[in-house]
Design a protein around this ligand. Structure first.
Ligand code: AMP
Length: 190
């Protein structure tokens, strides 16, 4: 089994990590409480704590590929992949990936969005962890799950750093992946 050696000491409580997430009211539009993770990422202790929490949860599950959702899913996904012995695969917005892709189009609050993945990035032998920074309604994660399913993988685990409570994202995703794990919840209006 894969063994993780810690080269640093992290003494953080969950409350300290939560407090390091900055709330920005009315961004990008009035009424939205934007949870800004950059303030937590900028702290070495928080950054390592978040990465380690994910690594410890997934290190013994035989995951072969960690799929990150553009763009904030790209921050921790490769770091986790390196430690759990997996590769990293990006899901990108339309027309960004250079080789042959498969696409999934889904409805958003206003209009549509298309996400893509390289066709040869995953196959039926892969055990996949899909990672993003924040789960809100679950719409983006559901689209990512449906996209990955098109490539016929063996198993799909789902992880976000933050679950926004009060939006029912977890309930919305129930049964759509093999396992859901969020590091902590924050009230959507907190
Ligand atoms: P959803 O598809 O509704 O689950 O939204 C998830 C995506 O939108 C994630 O990629 C988040 O980074 C982003 N997002 C949604 N709501 C917020 C919020 N209040 N603060 C920061 N990011 C958000």
């Amino acid at each position: 089994m894969f063994h993780v050696e810690h080269k640093y000491k992290i003494n953080m409580t969950l409350e300290e990590v939560k407090a390091a997430i900055r709330n920005v009211p009315d961004f990008p539009i009035p009424g939205i409480q934007f949870k800004d993770i950059t303030t937590a990422l900028a702290r070495h202790d928080c950054l390592c704590w978040m990465k380690d929490e994910i690594v410890n949860h997934y290190k013994d599950l035989g995951i072969t590929q960690v799929v990150g959702i553009e763009s904030r899913g790209f921050i921790l996904a490769p770091a986790v992949a390196m430690e759990i012995g997996a590769g990293f695969v990006p899901i990108r917005k339309h027309n960004k990936l250079p080789a042959e892709t498969v696409s999934y189009t889904y409805t958003k609050e206003y209009g549509y969005d298309t996400i893509q993945i390289h066709k040869d990035a995953l196959n039926e032998n892969d055990i996949v962890l899909i990672h993003d920074d924040i789960l809100a309604t679950g719409g983006s994660m559901e689209a990512a799950i449906n996209l990955v399913k098109k490539l016929g993988v063996k198993k799909i685990y789902v992880n976000c750093i933050i679950e926004l409570e009060g939006l029912n994202g977890r309930k919305y995703l129930q049964g759509k992946a093999d396992d859901l794990y969020f590091l902590f919840g924050i009230e959507v209006d907190e």
